[in-house]
Ligand binder design. Structure first.
Ligand code: BTN
Length: 254
């Protein structure tokens, strides 16, 4: 399907537009924000020509998987937006779990917002924010889910939905995500409900108590992952004491 529609959920009205091909659903939505879009807009695409991942990496974007982004304008005061990655992770984890009938408790979230099936990455989330010329804050939540294809080479184990749910398809998954994201945003309540968001995230957390390596742009730090604080920062117990991280790539030491 290519076109646009307005759909109402219990948490409000969101528009949805689907395009066959874009460079990147994230880039397209940020450009629309710069051009004055009022937000609450989902954009999905069948494929991306320049799909982007975290830390400047590419994101394999061939037909068959879900590529979806949500544009929010002024979703909260800026000091509260740091917890949006957890909101997004909760929504994606629930949408994926609901797509796996009969298979319970095989999904989890790796800090901050990779969703895993049986410990293997099935989804990545890229959040981008920009202060617009008119002073509004534009936030784009970009979500990629491996539905029927997996990248050939990835620095971590990967999964695809179709190996667990025969007939899984991107539009069915998006319909679930549309609902769960709206519900998780309502729970988060512009940051006023962050404690509920953090609690929900903790219930799905992967590997609390395990030994991990946090990769930073110029360093690696090893320790025991002891959870997240009330703002969603990762807590690492190292030989030198407790360290907190707002960003970084987590690898589990097996
Ligand atoms: C990651 O590196 O784990 C994040 C990947 C995010 C990919 C999605 S696909 C839809 C949206 N558009 C993009 O260009 N990237 C995000």
């Amino acid at each position: 399907m290519t076109g646009s529609e307005v759909l109402k959920t219990r948490a409000g009205a969101f528009r949805h537009e689907h395009l066959d091909t874009v460079q990147s659903t994230n880039s397209e939505l940020m450009q629309r924000a710069r051009n004055g879009d009022p937000g609450a807009l989902w954009l999905t695409a069948s494929r991306q020509l320049s799909g982007r991942g975290r830390r400047g990496r590419g994101w394999m974007s061939e037909r068959g998987n879900l590529y979806a982004s949500l544009l929010l304008i002024d979703p909260a005061v800026q000091s509260q937006t740091g917890s949006l990655p957890l909101v997004a992770a909760n929504a994606v984890e629930r949408a994926i779990a609901a797509s796996l009938p009969g298979l319970t408790r095989i999904t989890s979230i790796k800090w901050p917002n990779d969703v895993l099936i049986e410990g293997r990455k099935v989804s990545g989330i890229l959040l981008e924010a920009e202060r617009l010329a008119d002073g509004r804050l534009a936030v784009v939540i970009g979500i990629g889910v491996n539905v029927s294809i997996c990248p050939d080479s990835a620095p971590y184990p990967v999964a695809r939905l179709s190996d667990y749910a025969a007939g899984a398809d991107a539009s069915m998954l998006f319909a679930r995500l549309f609902e769960t994201m709206s519900e998780e945003l309502a729970i988060w309540d512009k940051g006023a409900g962050v404690s509920h968001t953090v609690e929900r995230w903790r219930r799905a957390a992967h590997g609390i108590g395990e030994r991990i390596t946090v990769n930073l742009p110029n360093a690696q730090v090893r320790g025991r992952f002891s959870g997240i604080d009330d703002d969603g920062m990762l807590r690492l117990e190292t030989d030198e004491g407790t360290r907190m991280f707002a960003a970084g790539d987590v690898f589990f030491d097996n």
